[in-house]
Design a protein around this ligand. Structure first.
Ligand SMILES: Cc1cc2nc3c(=O)[nH]c(=O)nc-3n(C[C@H](O)[C@H](O)[C@H](O)COP(=O)(O)O)c2cc1C
Length: 386
């Protein structure tokens, strides 16, 4: 990607798992192909975190979303310079990407970029996307939500950068393609997408306090984890269609399958943050093994061969085939749970009734919406063209 060789396409995204050299080293030991440092800022920028700054939304025992209001690194630029040097000494084959942030100020950007690249990073990632805390100071999404500012910042950085530059974009915009094109016009070598989605995980009904409760107060924060994967996939596909830039796909990835979906929609590499926070660096083992097995079984040699393969199926609504379809139920595998009957009755077209104990579709009433296919736990309903 961007002329840089990656031992594998799996990177640790900027966040708590990349907060210092010790953690990044641990990740590399487990097999991660690269890492994006926690976002580094210039000298004299004061960063003060609140506690707590993380909260989750669960479905049963599964964490489906995390909200964070963590700021960028609290460590100094000089500490990071030492870390980058030692990481590149110990792990010369891994890709180290320096994430950097500044306000809309040419000198500020060029100074932090200069120091971080001189320390030896292989690439830079411009954080134009943090949605909480930093925008209030004129950084992060305050820049990434404005195409002119994105173009300017990327071109200021490109004036001094001698390593490839990725622009990390926010999904919290009306049209991410326009922002990605602005980054391309500014000279970006690639795009990282997405940063977190601005959100709010909820209210604890007992105390009527926000779930992310900072001594009775809260702020909107960045949502990550599997709940944002559909948004990340859509953004990556849009960027792949709108630009000619390589993409590092991010958002809700916790398995090789998630990663592969991003690749099929145009991502050359992928990044993972929250899944590592919840399950540890060791998840990389299954990710590499699963992707390798899939590639071997399907006869692919290089990740680049699968990048963007599914993009051609994404068209405008007008271009979609309009043929009529109706539901067909394979009663052999039906467990008679009647989920399809209930859903079709109250959320569909009341086209499924029970006959001799099994659900049966009334072809005249069925409108082919696919709700029954969505709710069937046994996968025994499909739509057929009539
Ligand atoms: C606690 C936390 C801190 C983060 N800090 C940063 C950061 O400093 N810089 C950055 O670019 N992204 C940061 N991110 C965003 C992640 O890099 C990533 O874009 C986002 O979490 C979506 O990926 P995920 O679903 O795999 O976590 C942070 C995310 C979390 C959860």
């Amino acid at each position: 990607m961007c002329g840089v060789d990656f031992p594998n396409p799996f990177l640790l995204a900027s966040g708590p798992p990349t907060a210092n050299a010790e953690l990044i080293s641990k990740g590399f030991e487990r097999g991660w192909g690269g890492a994006v440092t926690k976002t580094i800022v210039g000298r004299g920028v004061k960063i003060e975190n609140v506690s707590p700054r993380l909260a989750v939304l669960k479905c049963g025992s599964k964490v489906v979303a995390m909200q964070n209001i963590e700021l960028v690194t609290t460590r100094t630029l000089d500490e990071w310079i030492k870390d980058i040097r030692s990481l590149k000494n110990t792990w010369p084959d891994r890709v180290l990407i320096g994430s950097v942030m500044a306000t809309y100020d040419e000198k500020e950007w060029q100074s932090v970029v200069d120091e971080v690249q001189s320390a030896g990073v292989d690439m830079l990632e411009l954080n134009l996307s943090c949605p909480h805390g930093m925008p209030e100071r004129g950084a992060g999404a305050a820049i990434g939500q404005n195409p002119e500012m994105v173009r300017d910042v990327v071109s200021w950085v490109k004036d001094v950068a001698y390593v490839p530059v990725l622009a990390k974009l926010t999904p919290n915009v009306t049209d991410i393609s326009a922002i990605a094109r602005a980054a391309e016009e500014g000279g970006a070598d690639g795009i990282s997408a997405i940063n977190t989605v601005l959100g709010f995980v909820g209210i604890d009904l007992d105390g009527m306090n926000p779930i992310l409760n900072v001594s009775g107060k809260t702020s909107f924060g960045g949502i990550s984890r599997m709940a944002i994967k559909p948004i990340g996939l859509r953004c990556v596909a849009e960027i792949a269609k709108a630009t000619n830039l390589p993409i590092s796909g991010i958002g809700g990835i916790s398995s090789w399958r998630d990663a592969l979906e991003y690749m099929l929609l145009g991502a050359n590499t992928v990044q993972v943050c929250t899944a590592v926070m919840l399950r540890g660096f060791g998840i990389i083992g299954d990710m590499i093994h699963g992707l390798r097995k899939f590639m071997e079984e399907k006869g692919y040699g290089e990740v680049s061969e699968v990048v963007g393969l599914a993009l051609k199926s994404i068209v405008s609504f007008e271009e979609l085939p309009k043929e009529k379809k109706i539901a067909k139920i394979d009663t052999e595998n039906c467990s008679k749970c009647y989920s399809c009957v209930k859903s079709c009755s109250d959320g569909g077209f009341n086209a499924i009734t029970v006959t001799n104990g099994y659900p049966e579709v009334d072809a005249k009433k069925c409108d082919g919406c696919g709700l029954c296919v969505c709710v069937c736990p046994n996968g025994c309903i499909r739509l057929e063209v009539v």
